[in-house]
Design a protein around this ligand. Structure first.
Ligand code: PLP
Length: 465
């Protein structure tokens, strides 16, 4: 094959290693158009995206300084403040997934040599510890058994042993174990010692109470793909005034140019301060999707959204326990959005998850690290948190477990979940709610409207409640 002088190859890659030429035959016709299978996402994330978000993402791309885009970005910030429950001006969404938010938060707050306290009780809290070390922090890590939460006394004892703690890292909702770590007392304590707190809210944002201003959180980062209901790719993040002051008074510049908030804020900031400066090409279509997911969240109401996660968690756990599965996470600290249960002894974890995916299109989460093969994590998050999904999963699991020789009473898991919903419905005065919405057509004749958005069929099931 002759090499074209412009450096481009007509067909195939031609490279030379040690004088030997390798030609790899490549035919674009052999690569089919992608066809995405429908999936019911009930794992540790991502969850299903709102059809509104997906639709918005398929719009034409806008430039990062287009006035229309800037107004969309401004509204994303405004809506994020409401979901985070904060007035922090420096609130937005960083390109990259939740881990990018973690990098951004830690690299801005930690200076080389700073004393950092890391609370490690699962996979993601350990990631925060590792990152803090890479950023030059002098890290004291306290550890807890996976599936349990820290007490305030344990955090106090650790802080008491430190000379000048600057940063505390904590995961609010530890996805790897299904634990909700209370953080308000930890923040108070840290502030008394002069330390700022970086909070991982990847799984907690929009899924359970998170009160950024009331709890005086310093930096909180999240992800779009869990309880918010947009695809992965952005990391919502908010910096308190205290955190921004610390960043502006750093002795050495933030090592990461991309994530340096003193630079990012020149793009995010209000244009009245002399115009926005280009910092990076904002992923406009991803922001369109987040815009819509946040709009849906606020239309539902943040508190209602939390309550929806609680209700579906109670229902799914009632069903899972009826199937003979035991909870993994410590009682009193269980997340609503991630329901962790132990894999019964002698049962092949992978075989069950494979059958769920292959035969029912359902994804659930496996155990990570030390609990690999030992737990399942059932996510009821965002758009995926609905009754239809819960019944689908419980029915599928019942069939699979029974087929694999587990003792299960047919129909009992679904009934247990039903009872939870019936209870909720009764309390809510179910008589006012028709299961099928009646819509009024243009000629004013009532029509039976389908409560299930058509797009949802592609995602397996619909979002209701
Ligand atoms: C608590 C927590 N923190 C951080 C992350 C990392 O986020 P991402 O995978 O979006 O980078 C995850 C992802 O599941 C998470 O659950």
């Amino acid at each position: 094959m002759s090499q074209p002088t412009n450096g481009h190859y007509a067909n195939g890659q031609n490279s030379s290693v040690n004088g030997v030429s390798h030609v790899e035959k490549f035919n674009i016709e052999s690569i089919p158009e992608i066809k995405i299978p429908p999936r019911v996402l009930m794992g540790a994330g991502p969850s299903a995206s709102y059809p509104e978000a997906l639709r918005a993402m398929s719009a034409n791309t806008l430039g990062h300084l287009d006035p229309e885009f800037l107004s969309i970005m401004g509204n994303v910030g405004t809506m994020l403040r409401r979901v985070f429950k904060t007035q922090n001006p420096i609130t937005g969404a960083i390109p990259g997934t939740g881990t990018a938010g973690m990098e951004a938060a830690l690299c801005n707050l930690i200076e080389p040599g700073d004393e950092v306290l890391s609370l490690v009780f699962g996979y993601f809290s350990n990631r925060m510890k590792q990152m803090s070390e890479r950023m030059g922090g002098v890290v004291t890590a306290i550890e807890r058994e996976w599936g349990t939460a820290f007490t305030i006394e344990e955090v106090k004892a650790a802080l008491d042993k430190m000379k000048n703690p600057k940063v505390v890292t904590v995961v609010h909702a530890e996805t790897s174990t299904g634990i909700l770590q209370p953080i308000d007392e930890i923040i108070k304590l840290a502030h008394e010692r002069g330390a700022l707190v970086v909070i991982d809210a990847v799984t907690s944002l929009a899924g359970c109470p998170l009160l950024v201003d009331e709890w005086e959180c310093d930096v909180v980062f999240s992800g779009t793909q869990k309880c918010v209901g947009a695809p992965p790719g952005l990391s919502p993040i908010t910096f308190s005034a205290r955190a921004m002051e610390r960043i502006r008074n750093r002795k050495v510049p933030v090592q990461s140019w991309y994530f340096d908030m003193s630079l990012v804020e020149t793009y995010w900031g209000d244009s009245s301060a002399g115009g926005r400066a280009y910092h990076y090409t904002a992923p406009s279509n991803a922001l369109f999707g987040l815009h819509e997911a946040l709009r849906m969240t606020l239309l539902e109401g943040v508190e209602n959204r939390w309550a929806r996660h609680e209700m579906h968690s109670q229902a799914v756990m009632a069903g899972l326990l009826t199937l003979g599965l035991e909870p993994f996470a410590q009682e009193g600290y269980r997340l609503w959005q991630i329901n962790a249960v132990k894999v019964p002894k002698g049962l092949d974890d992978l075989a069950v998850r494979t059958r769920l995916l292959r035969d029912y299109n359902i994804e659930i989460g496996a155990g990570l690290g030390p609990v690999k093969g030992q737990i399942w994590r059932v996510g009821v998050m965002g758009y995926s948190a609905n009754r239809a999904n819960i019944f689908l999963l419980l029915g599928a699991l019942e069939n699979i477990l029974s087929d694999m020789g587990q003792k299960v009473e047919k129909g009992a898991a679904g009934e247990a979940a039903s009872n939870v919903y019936l209870d909720y419905d009764r309390k809510k005065n179910a008589s006012t709610e028709a299961p099928i919405a009646l819509e009024v057509s243009e000629d004013n004749a009532p029509v039976i409207g389908e409560a299930i958005p058509a797009e949802s069929v592609a995602q397996g099931v619909a979002h209701q409640e």
